[in-house]
Structure formats: structure tokens, C-alpha cells
Design a protein around this ligand. Structure first.
Ligand SMILES: C[S@@+](CC[C@H](N)C(=O)[O-])C[C@H]1O[C@@H](n2cnc3c(N)ncnc32)[C@H](O)[C@@H]1O
Length: 252
């Protein structure tokens, strides 16, 4: 899945949830001062900023295949080592990093086993590889209200539930297939308050990710219909969305 969208559009859509995952994922990977770390699929920098706060920008590298996101990262963090590359072909030497993380990326990789294998390759022996992916395969993802509404109108919709790592246990299987050792799994949970329905809905209209692309593919009538179903489903304003991500850490 390519993210050929403006960084601000991502930030207001998925970034509003993903930035809340960054500290828990960095904790899971035991990131601490003195280490050299890599953020794979850095997007607009939700996790990168947490890593910079922990180890300093000289000890952080970031990679993402999206041209607009890499451009935004270079503008936001001048001097940071940001590479335009997919997980499956990381432009780093073997064993360069103490910890390598991918936050909400495995389900977008063309080949998750190859991508995680590359993450392991650039991690030193006994260093940590960690990743998390929303529970789109269960009922606790941040977009569940949207996808439930979409499914009610079109049962054949591709609602991300079949993507790699999004169902319980699958991330650990992918880690094992990629050769990671001593894998441990957990869940990370975040809660975000939305002041109004409109503030929740509007970012879906910017074409970001599978949900935004799906909405953009509908004609005006179908879009209005989907919006009306969503409006009928949300609790009274303001309302909270609690979202759960499957997470795993393993040793290289
Ligand atoms: C949902 S965003 C997550 C961005 C960021 N990590 C965050 O937590 O906000 C998914 C990111 O994965 C990137 N991506 C897509 N395919 C990828 C691949 N094969 N390898 C690495 N990153 C990929 C996208 O460009 C996008 O930035």
C-alpha cells in the first residue's frame, strides 16, 4: 500500500492514534539512552520523535518508501538520517542497530517475512526487533466503527481484517518465520477523545490509507450514505475511541 498523501493529512487521520502507541512500543523494545535505533516505516515521525527524545537524533535513523512522508521527515527533523526505502530492502549494514521497530507497518509490507528478516539483519546479535499492528482482524481496531458501517452497506468491502499481523497470534508467527528468537507478545491500548462526530469523520475524507482510499472510491451518494450510518452509530459527543494493537518483540 503506498502512502502518496500529505503528511498533515496522515497526522490528523491515523497519526492522532499512532502517536499514542510510540512510548509503549519503545518501552517494549527497551529503548534507552546509549543505543542506536531504527524506525522502519516511520511515516510522518510518530515513533521517531519518541526515539529522538530517548537516545538523541544522532543515534536515530528512519526509513519509509513514501516520497511525501520522507520529504516531511527531512523538513521536520533536519540532519536526521532518513532514507527512502521499504522494509524489504533496508539500506543499512548488518548489525548496525541495538533496536529496530516498525509501528503499524507490517500489515502494509509487500512481504512481511522478508521485511522482518531485513529488520533482524540490521539489528546486532541479541538486539531487539519490535512491531505492532492494529487489531483490524478482531473487533478492537481504531477504525472498527467505519469498517462496520462500510460492511453493513457492502459486505464484500476489504476492511483490512485479512492483512498480515492484524489477528491474534499472527505477528508472532511472522516473527518466527523471519527467524527472530525468544518472541514475546502483548497488546498495546490507546484511548483518544473525539470532541465531535465531524472532527472524527473529516480526516477520513482526505484519502489516507485503505479507509480513506475506500471512501474516495465511492460516489457522492454512497459516501453520504456511509457517513449517515457512521453518524447513527457514534455515541453522543464527545466520545472516546479505545484501540488495541497486537505487539511483539523478538531477539535478532
Ligand atoms: C499506518 S502508517 C504508520 C506510520 C508510522 N510508523 C506511525 O506509527 O504513524 C504505515 C507506513 O508504512 C509505510 N510502508 C508501506 N509499505 C511499507 C514497506 N513495505 N516497508 C516499510 N514501510 C512501508 C507507509 O509509507 C506508511 O508510512
Amino acid at each position: 500500500m503506498s502512502f502518496d498523501v500529505a503528511a498533515d493529512a496522515y497526522d490528523s487521520f491515523m497519526g492522532r492514534y499512532s502517536r499514542l502507541l510510540s512510548a509503549p512500543l519503545a518501552d517494549l523494545a527497551s529503548v534507552r539512552s546509549g543505543q542506536r535505533v531504527l524506525d522502519v516505516g516511520c511515516g510522518t515521525g510518530a515513533l521517531t520523535v519518541e526515539l529522538i527524545a530517548r537516545v538523541g537524533s544522532d543515534a536515530v535513523a528512519a526509513a519509509d518508501p513514501s516520497e511525501p512522508f520522507v520529504g516531511a521527515m527531512r523538513a521536520r527533523y533536519p540532519g536526521l538520517d532518513v532514507r527512502r526505502a521499504p522494509a524489504e530492502a533496508l539500506p543499512f549494514a548488518d548489525g548496525e542497530f541495538d533496536a529496530v521497530m516498525a509501528q503499524l507497518v507490517v500489515h502494509f509490507m509487500a512481504d512481511p517475512v522478508v521485511g522482518l528478516g531485513e529488520m533482524a539483519r540490521v539489528t546486532r546479535r541479541d538486539g531487539v526487533v519490535a512491531a505492532c499492528v492494529w487489531d483490524h482482524g478482531g473487533s478492537q481496531g481504531p477504525l472498527r466503527l467505519f469498517w462496520e458501517a462500510a460492511r453493513s452497506l457492502d459486505p464484500s468491502v476489504d476492511d483490512e481484517s485479512g492483512r498480515p499481523g492484524t489477528r491474534e497470534g499472527h505477528l508472532a508467527q511472522l516473527f518466527a518465520s523471519a527467524g527472530l528468537r525468544e518472541t514475546e507478545t502483548t497488546t498495546l491500548s490507546v484511548t483518544l477523545e473525539h470532541p465531535t462526530f465531524e472532527s472524527w469523520w473529516e480526516p477520513f475524507t482526505n484519502g489516507v490509507g485503505p479507509a480513506g482510499a475506500y471512501l474516495a472510491s465511492l460516489d457522492a451518494n454512497r459516501r453520504a450514505e456511509l457517513r449517515a450510518v457512521c453518524l447513527g452509530q457514534v455515541p453522543s459527543e464527545p466520545f472516546r475511541v479505545t484501540a488495541v494493537a497486537w505487539a511483539a518483540r523478538g531477539l535478532a
